[in-house]
Design a protein around this ligand. Structure first.
Ligand code: ACO
Length: 349
C-alpha cells in the first residue's frame, strides 16, 4: 500500500498587482521588493471571494485532472466533476485565512460547494506549514486500520492580502492570494523496496516560543472586537522579519538533510525540493549552506509572492501540469512559518 498524489489543481485570482502598481500607494519600489524578496507581483482575490471559493476552484481542477476532463468544458464536465467529488472520503483545508473566525471550518464550506457528501471535513491551522502537516494527516487517515478511507482532498487556500496592514511596507509587499489542491489516494503501489512510491516520510515540528514573531492579534478570543469599539484597521499580520528569516534559514538547512538521511537517500538523488515560497533570499541562503545547485529548489515566488499554506500545492500543480515531474522522481517539500511551525515531506512521485 502506498499513499500517492494522483492529481493536482490550483486557483489563482485573475487580478495581478505588480510591484510598480503597488508602489503607487505604498512607499516602496520594484527594485527593493525584488532585491530583498524575489517578488515581482502577487494576485489579489476580488472582495467577494474568500478562501473557500479559491479552495473549491483548485479542488475542481484537481478532480478534473483525476478523471481526465477539462474543468471548463461545460455541463458534462461539471457533472463528471460532481460525480468524482462523491468519491472523496476526507477534505482537509490548510489555511491561515479561513472564511470565518470560529466556525464553520473552511473545509465544510468546500464540501458544500463541491457536493462531496460522503467526505468528512476539517481545517488545519499550521501557518505556512499547513500543507506539510496536511499531507501527513491525510496519510495517517488513509492508513488507519478499519478507517475504510481511500481518497483525501488536501487543499492549501489563502486570502492573505485581506490580513495585511497596507500602511506597513515591510509586510504588505510580501503576501498574495491563491489556492492549490492535491488528491491523495491509498494505492496498491509498494511503499518499500524497489519501485516504492508515494509519501515515504514526514517531519512535523513546532516552536511555539516563537509565536510572537508572526501574529494576527485582533478579532479572536485573546483580543475580540468589543461592541461600540471603533476599529481603525482590520486584523493584520505583524511580523518580526529578521527573526522569521533566521528561523527559516536554520530549519531549512537542518530539516532537508535530516529527512533525506532518515530515508537513506542522498540529496544528489532528490529531483526537486519544493520549499514554501516566503522569500527567494531565504532559499538562496539555505541553498548556499547546503551546497546544493540553485535549480534544485523550485521557485515561483516572483509571480505569486507568499501564499502561505497554498504556496507548495500551487508549486506542485505548476510543475505537474508543466510536465516537469516524472514518475519515480524523489521530491522533498519544505514548509516553515507562523506558529512557529516547520516540516517536510519526502515522496516519490
Ligand atoms: N520597500 C522599501 N523599503 C523597505 C521596505 C519596502 N517594502 N520594507 C522595509 N524597507 C526598508 C526598512 O524601512 C529599512 O529601512 P531603514 O534601514 O532606513 O530603516 C530597510 O528597508 C531594511 O529593512 P529590514 O526590515 O531590515 O529589511 P530586510 O533586509 O530584513 O528585509 C524582509 C525584510 C524581506 C521582511 C526580511 O526580513 C524577510 O524576508 N524576513 C522573513 C519574512 C518571511 O519569510 N515571512 C514570511 C514567513 S511566514 C509566512 O510565510 C506567513
Amino acid at each position: 500500500m502506498a499513499i500517492e498524489v494522483i492529481a493536482t489543481g490550483r486557483a489563482i485570482p485573475p487580478r495581478l498587482l505588480t510591484n510598480d502598481e503597488l508602489a503607487k500607494d505604498v512607499d516602496t519600489n520594484d527594485e527593493w521588493i525584488r532585491s530583498h524578496t524575489g517578488i515581482g507581483a502577487r494576485h489579489v482575490a476580488a472582495s467577494e471571494v474568500a478562501a473557500s471559493d479559491l479552495a473549491a476552484e483548485a479542488a475542481r481542477n484537481a478532480l478534473a485532472m483525476m478523471i481526465g476532463v477539462d474543468a471548463d468544458s461545460g455541463a458534462a464536465a461539471d457533472a463528471a466533476i460532481a460525480e468524482a467529488a462523491l468519491s472523496l472520503d476526507v477534505i482537509i483545508v490548510a489555511t491561515a485565512t479561513p472564511d470565518h473566525l470560529v466556525i464553520p471550518s473552511t473545509a465544510c464550506l468546500v464540501q458544500n460547494k463541491l457536493g462531496a457528501w460522503r467526505a468528512s471535513a476539517m481545517d488545519i491551522s499550521a501557518g505556512c506549514t499547513g500543507f506539510i502537516y496536511g499531507l501527513e494527516t491525510a496519510a495517517g487517515l488513509l492508513s488507519v486500520r478499519g478507517g475504510n478511507r481511500r481518497r483525501v482532498l488536501l487543499i492549501g487556500a489563502e486570502t492573505l492580502t485581506r490580513f495585511v496592514d497596507w500602511s506597513d511596507r515591510s509586510t504588505c509587499v510580501l503576501f498574495g492570494d491563491g489556492a492549490g489542491a492535491v488528491i491523495v489516494e491509498k494505492t496498491d503501489a509498494p511503499q518499500e523496496g524497489a519501485g516504492k512510491r508515494g509519501l515515504l516520510r514526514s517531519i512535523l515540528r513546532a516552536d511555539g516560543a516563537g509565536s510572537v514573531h508572526l501574529v494576527c492579534r485582533r478579532g479572536a478570543g485573546r483580543s475580540p472586537f468589543m461592541p461600540g469599539e471603533v476599529v481603525e484597521k482590520s486584523p493584520y499580520i505583524e511580523m518580526n522579519g529578521q527573526a522569521v528569516y533566521n528561523f527559516a534559514v536554520k530549519v531549512i538547512t537542518e530539516t532537508i538533510p535530516e529527512i533525506a538521511a532518515m530515508e537513506g537517500i542522498s540529496l544528489d538523488d532528490v529531483a526537486r525540493i519544493i520549499p514554501h515560497q516566503a522569500n527567494a533570499r531565504i532559499i538562496q541562503a539555505a541553498t548556499k549552506r547546503l551546497k546544493l545547485p540553485e535549480d534544485k529548489f523550485f521557485l515561483n515566488i516572483q509571480n505569486y509572492a507568499n501564499t502561505s499554506a497554498a504556496s507548495i500545492p500551487i508549486a506542485l500543480d505548476e510543475l505537474n501540469r508543466g510536465g516537469k515531474l516524472s514518475k519515480g522522481d524523489i521530491l522533498i517539500t519544505m514548509g516553515f512559518g507562523g506558529g512557529l511551525t516547520y516540516g517536510a515531506n519526502l515522496l516519490v512521485w
